[in-house]
Design a protein around this ligand. Structure first.
Ligand code: FAD
Length: 476
């Protein structure tokens, strides 16, 4: 290997001789990849096409020992380090120019113990890996709504999706984590071992170490679930949203209904004259039996005069992939997000006014429906603090041509500002773009001070800083 200049944690650079990199390569069972090697461009590519960064070296790990070797190498040479799980973070924190990337994308093994209802999931697994393995036994972990997302980043931020109102956040089903710490040790964090680290991992992001495996409690789900989309004309949105609000305010925990406002994609069940026109989509899911679901979802199906209603039985794994075609990797994306405890009339009108002027056909506003089990846990029980949040709005701008950068980002920021007065002021850490450093305090809320203390204990040199960063006491 040739000598390579790598950015250091302290802000400088260090030139690492080829022989030293060769020694690293000999010590791992995965690969060590530098610019010019085959696979370099694939390994540095992440979901958000806005992020085009060139790490100096990528350690594509195959097991925990590889991760330990990579962390120790980073410590020895004081390297700036990033960690890649599924590569989906909007801020692109998995990759940094000139840094060492610890890449877990080859560590996707999922083992299910159906008797104990427990799954052991490696740190680079995607949601689809977990859904496929657990559904073989009619079980599931509450995860997100796009199956190509990484389990690690999602879990470490909190994690929510269709099952969360019934079974809580992803972190609420976490039993333990195997972690490589900032000094390269392997430790286990659970309620019985390193309890403080276990607390911090459940919402504190990638700040505390590299998680090489998660152990999750599983819940009976499916294999078929009542779910689907109801599409309304945009003209009816003011009334539909108010009825949606009334319905979701009293809906049972088994019910989750999310709102998507966007231009209609060419969905096969939509009459062609609607393609490309603004619509309001209600995405509905029932976590219990089909019969109960028919009854529970009927009021939402009775709202207004929909253009299409395709609620029906779907395999759970299929429903988990329902939004994948709209969220494929490689497009340019910018997000702004707010938490809400209620959907004020003013907030709804503000959103609708802006959605009437979408800056690109792929832009959308998502309103996720939380509450239920996610809110019945004390805000200080886990690092994730936003237990009172009942709706999360994600302004999701998406486009292909770099010329769209300015208008799309401007549109997202303006909608975000206009909706701010109605929000809690909190934000889901996993929905923050890379220009939101000032919102770190809002993301960790009242748990921030404890997280700073734990950062001091577990990563005093801020080795894991390429994230929504919690700085240790000595740096704060
Ligand atoms: P990566 O980009 O690989 O990593 C992000 C950061 O996580 C890294 O910088 C690092 O700090 C940390 N990290 C990753 N892996 C590890 C590890 N093994 N050990 C330690 N730290 C690690 N979130 C939801 O909760 N619900 C949703 O429904 C949802 N839908 C989404 C849909 C799309 C299209 C996208 C792009 C994101 C969605 N998210 C959702 C947000 C998602 O949770 C975050 O993007 C999350 O960071 C993705 O995790 P990742 O492993 O893919 O991230």
């Amino acid at each position: 290997m040739i000598e390579t200049t790598i950015h250091t944690r302290a802000g400088g650079t260090v030139t690492v001789p080829g022989t030293t990199l060769e020694t690293l390569r000999q010590s791992v069972s995965g690969e060590v990849i530098v610019s010019g090697d085959g696979g370099y461009d694939e390994a540095r590519a992440i979901w958000n096409g806005m992020i085009d960064r060139r790490p100096a070296v990528i350690v594509a790990c195959r097991n925990t020992r590889d991760v330990q070797a990579a962390v120790r190498f980073a410590v020895e040479h004081d390297l700036l380090t990033t960690v890649r799980g599924g590569g989906h973070n909007i801020a692109g924190s998995a990759v940094a120019d000139g840094a060492m990337m610890i890449d877990l994308s080859r560590m996707r093994d999922v083992r299910v113990d159906p008797k104990r209802r427990v799954a052991r999931v490696e740190g680079g697994a995607l949601l689809s890996d977990v859904d496929a393995a657990t559904q073989e036994h009619g079980l599931a972990v509450p995860l997100g709504i796009n199956s190509t997302t990484g389990v690690a980043g999602l879990t470490l931020g909190g994690g929510f999706g269709w099952l969360s109102r019934k079974h809580g956040l992803t972190v609420d089903s976490l039993i333990s984590a195997e972690v490589v710490t900032a000094d390269g040790r392997r430790v286990v964090a659970s309620k019985d071992e390193n309890e403080d680290l276990f607390w911090a991992l459940r919402g504190g992001g990638g700040n505390f170490g590299v998680v090489t495996a998660f152990e999750f409690r599983l819940h009976p789900v499916g294999p078929e679930v009542l779910s689907g989309l109801i599409v309304h004309p945009f003209e009816d949105a003011p009334s539909v949203l108010r009825q949606y609000r009334a319905f979701t305010e009293q809906a049972p925990d088994d019910v989750s209904v999310w709102v998507v406002l966007r231009k209609a994609p060419p969905l096969p069940f939509l009459p062609e004259e609607w393609h490309g026109r603004e619509v309001l989509v209600l995405a509905a899911f029932y976590a219990g039996s089909m019969e109960d679901g028919e009854q529970a979802l009927q009021p939402v199906r009775d709202i207004g005069n929909p253009i299409a209603d395709v609620i029906g039985p779907h395999p759970y794994t299929g429903w988990q992939q329902a939004f994948d075609p709209l969220l494929t990797p490689g497009a340019r994306n910018y997000w702004k997000s707010h938490d809400f405890t209620e959907l004020d009339d003013g907030m709804l009108d503000t959103v609708l006014e802006r959605v009437a002027a979408l800056p690109s056909p792929e832009c959308e506003v998502f309103i996720a429906h939380l509450g239920g089990a996610t809110g019945r846990i004390s805000p200080d029980a886990t690092a994730y603090p936003h237990r009172a949040t009942r709706y999360i709005m994600n302004v999701h701008t998406r486009w292909s041509d770099p010329e769209g950068d300015t208008p799309c980002v401007k549109w997202a920021r303006e909608l975000f500002e206009a909706a701010a007065p109605y929000s809690t002021g909190g934000v889901y850490v996993n929905f923050m773009p890379d220009d939101e450093v000032a919102r770190i305090g809002a993301a960790y809320g009242p748990n921030y001070d404890r997280l700073v203390e734990l950062k001091q204990r577990w990563d005093p040199d801020n080795r894991f800083r390429a994230n929504q960063n919690i700085r240790p006491v000595t740096e704060a």
